[in-house]
Design a protein around this ligand. Structure first.
Ligand code: ZN
Length: 397
């Protein structure tokens, strides 16, 4: 009896040790809100100023999305991460590439692109969000152009440029990556730039942005503070914040990790976008289904990332893959809800009982499904036998 009691005490001690070792990530996943229903949002970046063929792609996307509806009749939603300017190539070339000049989204040349965006917004299928005034930091691109003929060519192309072809480090707006590793921008420069781009966004869309997503997912506290002052309350993240480009040009200097519903220092609600669905890279429709099912089990929304480039070339094939994927997701999770990141962020912030689970048992089930993602915890829980009482806890609830 004494031996048994001693063994039990030892076991409890081991379990307590494991729980204590992983206390922070376990608690964070318990605090993270649990959704009552599956949620699917297609997140699409880089639209706006750029190639004029976007107008046709946007119109066809809008028609496609309007044909796919959730149980409540809401159409599938695709966010448009909007870019508000590209270089004015002819103008820059005329200065011998010594001065930067912008071609803004408000220009007459982009009339059809703007109209296609507005049509989709009015139909409830497009949700615009701020991606940036431009998909680069102009002084950094100008500096890089002095050394790199390819960047110079890109800056002086007479037709609206596609930022996708700019070297990746230069696509980060909130660092100076003209040389690597990148250098931080002055907070005052960020503040000014954000104020200007929010104004430009408002001029095009008629209202200020409420959701932002940094280009290439590189941003920092100064950017969030400026966004907050401009009224942006929701920030889309990949779950970690890179603040620089390293010597190899990759996003680095990660200074924060986050889960959905966590708050930034400036008070914004973070959302997570972590399913990759790029049809032109060979991603199959099933990816949307698998992403949605896994996140639903975790009580999370599925935010699927798909960039504009999928729809600039190979438009027919990408549309077909997206349509098949959305229909398959709807078939796999018939009670899926389509809503915008802003609606999701507000539901989380207000703890809206229509969306946020409060019952213990489903919350425990979602929490357990989340634990597998904690590095080493799954293995430790299995080795120590802790997995058993965790499973029992859920059944007993
Ligand atoms: Zn982008």
């Amino acid at each position: 009896m004494t031996v048994l009691a001693l063994a039990l005490a030892m076991l409890l001690l081991v379990w307590a040790g494991v729980l204590l070792a992983f206390a922070a990530p376990l608690a964070a996943r318990w605090r993270e809100p649990v959704l009552r229903r599956p949620v699917l949002i297609i997140e699409s970046d880089d639209w706006g100023a750029g190639p004029l063929i976007q107008a046709d792609a946007l119109t066809r996307l809008s028609t496609l999305l309007q044909g796919i509806r959730d149980r409540n009749g809401h159409p599938a939603v695709m966010t448009l991460g909007v870019v508000l300017e590209v270089p004015d190539g002819a103008h820059i070339a005329a200065t011998g590439c010594t001065e930067y000049h912008a071609l803004p989204l408000g220009d007459e040349r982009f009339k059809a692109v703007r109209a296609a965006m507005q049509d989709g917004i009015q139909s409830g299928v497009f949700a615009p969000q701020l991606h940036g005034q431009c998909h680069y930091w102009p002084p950094a691109v100008m500096a890089a152009a002095r050394e790199a003929p390819a960047v110079r060519d890109w800056l002086t192309v007479p037709t609206p440029a596609a930022t996708e072809t700019l070297p990746s480090p230069l696509q980060s707006r909130w660092v100076d990556a003209s040389s690597l590793p990148s250098r931080a921008l002055a907070p005052e420069a960020i503040e000014q730039a954000v104020a200007a781009e929010v104004e430009a966004y408002q001029a095009v869309f008629g209202s200020a942005p409420q959701v932002a997503i940094a280009t290439t997912f590189v941003w920092n506290d100064a950017v969030e503070a400026a966004w907050a002052r401009a009224g942006i309350g929701v920030v889309i993240t990949p779950g970690r914040r890179a603040t620089c480009r390293n010597a190899a040009g990759a996003p680095a200097c990660v200074d924060a990790t986050m889960l959905t519903g966590a708050r930034s220092r400036a008070g914004q609600t973070y959302l997570l976008r972590d399913v990759y669905f790029e049809p032109s890279l060979g991603h199959m429709p099933q990816r949307l289904v698998d992403g949605l099912k896994a996140r639903t089990q975790q009580g999370r929304a599925c935010l699927a990332e798909t960039h504009r480039f999928n729809f600039l070339q190979g438009l027919d094939a990408s549309l077909a893959t997206l349509e098949t994927g959305l229909n398959a997701a709807l078939a796999a999770c018939p009670n899926v809800g389509f809503l915008t990141p802003l609606e999701l962020g507000q539901a989380i912030r207000r703890r809206d009982p229509a969306w946020i689970e409060t019952r213990l048992r489903p919350r425990l089930a979602a929490w357990r499904a989340r634990l597998d993602e904690i590095p080493r915890f799954r293995r430790m829980a299995r080795l120590s036998g802790l997995a058993l009482p965790l499973a029992w806890l859920e059944r007993a609830a």
